[in-house]
Design a protein around this ligand. Structure first.
Ligand code: NAD
Ligand code: MG
Length: 401
């Protein structure tokens, strides 16, 4: 490939689990990709070796003090080719910069909303890992995609699998709707997480480390807790509704403990297409980076003989009340999804900090969902304000109880 076709990439959240996997794939293809910017919240120790390896034009630290520290360390090490930016404005700048071709949106939680939107509004190829931003502002983000001509490609393994199984017109952003394209339904799979078989009366005693010990995937702590509560599948149900322009009635959630099938699409003629592979995020990352081409990701071949068995179960809504809350929120519409996401983020952080127990998570979310009046999420400012109010309400509830 010639130097002219090198693609410049911004990795938002480069020090996280998805960020690290992204840089692993990028490093395998120096003839195709160059890193334009790396960003992190505060971990100077983690971003420094990434800067040394990838020599980006910019490095952004969300936390201003960390930006100063990083600057000093780069100067001391003679790494003066990388300019350090700070704060949210720095994130927005590198997400929407003219020179950038692709943006990996891999910041965790609502903190990723504004930078992800900046990349979409600038018409970039956006690789979306940050599902919370789409859950919060799905309508606005999908409108912005149409308006700017951005390409939104799902990194979440299930949505990437669904995308791969979808008709060609859906893949090129010209789908006429599931029914018109001959799609009967989507089967969204999930492993059921570490507590799928834990006796119900023991759930309240589960620790943060137990919740983060996912049987198949190695992920950041927030999404790991979401997987244990199956809020992750609830957020993914909402994510799928926006990405594939459909409603929850056309999406079946299927528990599949081996995480080998990453999701399926059923057609009117009875065909069910599935995408399979080892549970390694480098596969969807490589797929989206190179789409519509295919490149090596470093993921070994799936040993289907060793896999031997694929199991399927219906989801257990009694064990996983978060799944019910998310399903209700998408049906309610308006800002219910903003509130659901915000209250969940606060409840999960409180659980990780040891301030509440695992089974308090859905209780806190339901309290906020049933207390806050809903409004139409007509602008990003409304979404951000509702997000803030829901966070305050969740925190107050935790402090009181
Ligand atoms: P992580 O916790 O490992 O990494 C999060 C990244 O975001 C870090 O680089 C961190 O510095 C940055 N960050 C955190 N708070 C920030 C803030 N306030 N401002 C700016 N940057 C901030 O998370 P992860 O597991 O890599 O997940 C990232 C996103 O990808 C999440 O939305 C998650 O749901 C989604 N996702 C992850 C996986 C996975 O396998 N890890 C799979 C599917 C989807
Ligand atoms: Mg997923």
């Amino acid at each position: 490939m010639s130097g002219e076709s090198l693609q410049l990439i911004t990795v938002l959240g480069s020090t996280g689990s998805i960020g690290v996997s992204t840089l692993d794939v990028v490093a395998r293809h120096p003839d195709r990709y160059r890193v334009y910017a790396l960003t992190a919240n505060s971990r100077v120790d983690l971003i420094l070796p990434q800067i040394k390896a990838h020599q980006p034009r910019y490095a952004v630290m969300r936390d201003e003090q960390s930006a100063e520290q990083l600057s000093a360390q780069l100067k001391a090490g003679g790494l003066t080719d990388t300019e350090v930016l700070a704060g949210e404005q720095g994130l927005l700048d590198v997400a929407g910069a003219e020179a950038v071709d692709s943006v990996m949106a891999a910041i965790v939680g609502g903190a990723g909303l504004a930078p992800t939107m900046a990349a979409v509004e600038a018409g970039k190829k956006v690789l979306l890992a940050n599902k919370e931003s789409l859950v919060m502002a799905g309508d606005l983000m999908m409108q912005a995609v149409k308006h700017s001509g951005a390409t939104l490609l799902p990194i979440d393994s299930e949505h990437n699998a669904i995308f791969q199984c979808m008709p060609a017109r859906y893949q090129s952003g010209e789908g006429l709707g599931l029914a018109a394209e001959g799609v009967r339904k989507i089967l969204l799979t999930g492993s059921g997480g570490p507590f799928r078989q834990t006796p119900l009366d023991q759930l309240s005693a589960m620790t943060a480390d137990q919740a983060c010990a996912h049987p198949n995937w190695d992920m950041g702590r927030k999404i790991s807790v979401d997987s244990a509560s199956m809020m992750n599948k609830g957020l993914e149900l909402i994510e799928a509704c926006w990405l594939f322009d459909t409603g929850p009635e056309h999406i079946d959630i299927v528990v599949h403990p081996q995480s080998v099938i990453h999701s399926m699409v059923e057609y009117d003629d009875g065909s069910v297409l599935a995408q399979l592979g080892n549970p390694d995020m480098r596969t969807p990352i490589a797929h989206a980076l190179a789409f519509p081409e295919r490149i090596a990701s470093g993921v070994p071949s799936l040993d289907i003989i060793a896999t031997a068995q694929l199991d399927f179960e219906a989801p257990d809504y009694q064990r996983f009340p978060c799944l019910r809350l998310a399903t209700e929120a998408v049906k309610t519409g308006a800002t219910a999804m903003v509130v659901l996401n915000a209250a969940n983020e606060i409840a999960v952080q409180a659980f990780l900090d040891g301030r509440v127990c695992f089974t308090d998570i859905p209780v806190i979310i339901e309290h906020v969902l049933t207390t806050m009046p809903l409004v139409e999420p007509s602008t990003l400012a409304v979404v951000q304000e509702q997000d803030l109010v829901a966070r305050q309400m969740a925190n107050e509830h935790i402090d009181r109880t």
